[in-house]
Design a protein. Structure first.
Length: 142
C-alpha cells in the first residue's frame, strides 16, 4: 500500500475516533466549548508544525484560505457531532463519506487542485455508485 493510501485509511480511522471523542466532550463541555478547545489544540499543533517543519508565506490569499479552512472545520466538527448524536455514527459517516466522494470526484474532474482534470469513466462511476449504495443501505431504516 502506498503512503497516500495509508494516510487516507489512517484519516478514516481518526475521523471515526474523533467523532466519539467529540460526542463525549460535547456532553461535558457543550458544543461551543468543545469547538473552542479543539480549535485551540489544532492551532497549537499547526503553529508548532509551521515553526519546525516549514517556512510559511503569510500572504493575504494564504491567510484567507486558512481562515476559511478554520471556519469550515468548526462547522464540520459541529455538524458531525450533532448528526452522530442524533442519527448514529455509522449513518452520519456514510452520509459524510458519500457526499465527500461525490464532491471529490467533481473537484478532480474540474481540475481545481491539479493541472489536468481527472477522467471520470465507467470504473469510477461504478465505484462511486457502489459506495453510495452501501451508504444508502446503512441509512435505510427497517
Amino acid at each position: 500500500m502506498n503512503h497516500a493510501a495509508v494516510l487516507a485509511v489512517s484519516a478514516g480511522i481518526a475521523i471515526a475516533l474523533q467523532v466519539v471523542a467529540n460526542s463525549i466532550g460535547m456532553k461535558v463541555l457543550g458544543l461551543g466549548a468543545l469547538i473552542g478547545v479543539s480549535g485551540a489544540v489544532t492551532a497549537v499543533a499547526g503553529f508548532a508544525a509551521a515553526l519546525f517543519l516549514s517556512r510559511p508565506e503569510a500572504s493575504g490569499k494564504a491567510l484567507l484560505a486558512a481562515v476559511v479552512s478554520g471556519l469550515l472545520g468548526a462547522f464540520i466538527l459541529a455538524a458531525i457531532v450533532l448528526a452522530a448524536n442524533s442519527g448514529g455514527l455509522a449513518r452520519t459517516l456514510s452520509l459524510v463519506i458519500g457526499t465527500q466522494l461525490a464532491f471529490g470526484i467533481a473537484i478532480d474532474r474540474i481540475g481545481i487542485f491539479g493541472p489536468a482534470a481527472q477522467e471520470f469513466g465507467a470504473a469510477k462511476s461504478l465505484g462511486m455508485a457502489l459506495i453510495l449504495f452501501g451508504g444508502l443501505l446503512l441509512v435505510h431504516e427497517g
